[in-house]
Design a protein around this ligand. Structure first.
Ligand SMILES: Cc1ncc(COP(=O)(O)O)c(C=O)c1O
Length: 381
C-alpha cells in the first residue's frame, strides 16, 4: 500500500498549484526585489501581490504584514522585541498559557530577569477562559500571548473574547495562529489582535517562510539589521519564491476554506466513529471548537511508542503529539497541563488529516489501528 500521511499538523505537502507559481522565481524571474531595473520591479510586485493575498486571508491590511522565516521566528520576534522595550522601562509582566508551542514557551523562559511570566492553566479540554486572563492582568502587563489553536489537541481558544479584553485594557495581544491560518476563518479585526504569527508549511505553502501580522500603529524593534527590506524591520534579500508560494497558498486557502473545512470535519468525525469501535479509546481535547482536521485520542493500555513504530513499518505517518516532542520521552506538556498523568499522556496519538486525505486512507488507518491494538493487548496478557 502507498504510504498514508496523517500528520498534517506537523507539516503539509506543498500544493502542486503553489509549486507551479513558485518555479519561475528560481531561474527566470530571479531578480532582487530591491533592484530598480525591470527584473527587480517584477520581483517587487510579486512580493507585494503575495502580501495582498495573505492580508485578504487574515482580514488585515497588506502593510501590516512582515514576511519572516516561519512561525518560530514570528513568535520570538514579537515576544523578545516587546520584552526588550519593557526592560528599558524597568521590566514588566507577560501572560501566556501552559499549552503554547515551545516557540512561545521557550522564548518566554529565555527572557532576562526583570520580565515575569504567568503561565495560565487550561481546563481538561485544553481551553483557557478569558476571565483567567482578566484576573492575571497587572498594571505592568505589557503582553498577552495565547495561541489560536493547539497543535497537539486542536482545541481552539476564545481569541476574540481575549482580544476584546486586552483592547479594553490597552494591553498588547499576540496570538500564535500557526495551526489556524488557512484552516479556520481568521479575522485580525474581529479578534482585535495586535500581532499574529503564521507559517507557510502548515497551509500547503513552502517551509522556511511565514509572517508576522502587526497592527498599524505598533512598532517593534528590528529583528535583523541591514537593508530596508520589510520596512527596515527584517533586513535581508527577500525569499521571493517562498513568499510567492505563501501568498498563493493563502489565496487557495481563502477560496477553498469553507468547503474544505467541512469535508475534513466530516472525514475526521467518520474516523473517530470508526475508532470508537475499539474499546478504551478516548478523545483528547475539545469535542466542538476544534480544528477540523485534528483527532487526538488516548488508547487505554497501549503505549504510543509501540504503536507509532508499528505504524511507521506499515507506512502510516501519525504522531505522538507535537513533532518536536516526538522522539523524546518527555510526556506532552499540553496533555499534562490538561490534567493528565504522564502515563495517560503516553497513550495519546495525534492523527491530523488534510487536503489530500481520502476516505480510503482514513478507513485503512482505522482498520490498522484496530488490528494493532488487538495484537498489543493480546501480547500484554
Ligand atoms: C502552534 C505552532 N506554533 C509555532 C510553530 C513553529 O512554526 P515553524 O515550524 O514555522 O517555525 C508550530 C509548528 O509546529 C506550531 O504548531
Amino acid at each position: 500500500m502507498k504510504p498514508v500521511y496523517l500528520d498534517y499538523a506537523a507539516t503539509t505537502p506543498v500544493d502542486a498549484r503553489v509549486v507551479q507559481k513558485m518555479l519561475p522565481y528560481f531561474c527566470e524571474q530571479f531578480g532582487n526585489p530591491s533592484s530598480l531595473y525591470a527584473a527587480g520591479r517584477a520581483a517587487r510586485q510579486s512580493v507585494s501581490q503575495a502580501r495582498r493575498q495573505l492580508a485578504a486571508l487574515l482580514d488585515a491590511e497588506p502593510d501590516e504584514l512582515f514576511f519572516t522565516s516561519g512561525g518560530s521566528e514570528s513568535d520570538n520576534w514579537v515576544i523578545r522585541s516587546l520584552a526588550e522595550e519593557a526592560l528599558r522601562h524597568g521590566g514588566g509582566h507577560i501572560i501566556t498559557t501552559k499549552v503554547e508551542h515551545h516557540a512561545v514557551l521557550h522564548a518566554c523562559e529565555a527572557l532576562p530577569q526583570g520580565i515575569e511570566v504567568t503561565y495560565l492553566d487550561v481546563d481538561a479540554e485544553g481551553r483557557v477562559r478569558p476571565e483567567q486572563v482578566k484576573e492575571a492582568l497587572r498594571p505592568d502587563t505589557f503582553l498577552v500571548t495565547v495561541m489560536t489553536a493547539n497543535n497537539e489537541v486542536g482545541t481552539i481558544e476564545p481569541i476574540a473574547a481575549i482580544g476584546a479584553l486586552c483592547r479594553a485594557r490597552g494591553v498588547f495581544f499576540h496570538t500564535d495562529a500557526v495551526q489556524a491560518v488557512g484552516h479556520i476563518p481568521v479575522s485580525v479585526k474581529d479578534w482585535q489582535v495586535d500581532a499574529l504569527s503564521l507559517s507557510g508549511h502548515k497551509l500547503y505553502g513552502p517551509k522556511g517562510v511565514g509572517a508576522l501580522y502587526l497592527r498599524r500603529g505598533h512598532k517593534l524593534a528590528p529583528l535583523i539589521y541591514g537593508g530596508a527590506q520589510e520596512r527596515g524591520l527584517r533586513a535581508g534579500t527577500e525569499n521571493t519564491a517562498g513568499i510567492v508560494g505563501l501568498g498563493f497558498a493563502a489565496a487557495i486557502a481563502e477560496a477553498e476554506l469553507h468547503e474544505e473545512s467541512g469535508r475534513l470535519q466530516a472525514l475526521r468525525d467518520h474516523l473517530f466513529a470508526l475508532l470508537q469501535e475499539i474499546s478504551g479509546v478516548q478523545l483528547n481535547g475539545a469535542q466542538d471548537n476544534r480544528l477540523p482536521g485534528n483527532l487526538n485520542v488516548a488508547i487505554e493500555g497501549v503505549d504510543q511508542e509501540t504503536l507509532l513504530i508499528r505504524f511507521d513499518l506499515m507506512g502510516f505517518a501519525v504522531s505522538a503529539g507535537s513533532a518536536c516532542s516526538a522522539g523524546s520521552l518527555e510526556p506532552s506538556h499540553v496533555l499534562t497541563a490538561m490534567g493528565q498523568t504522564p502515563e495517560q499522556a503516553a497513550q495519546a496519538i495525534r492523527v491530523t488529516l488534510g487536503r489530500f486525505t481520502t476516505e480510503e486512507e482514513v478507513e485503512a488507518f482505522a482498520k490498522a489501528l484496530g488490528q494493532a491494538v488487538h495484537d498489543i493487548r493480546r501480547q500484554a496478557v
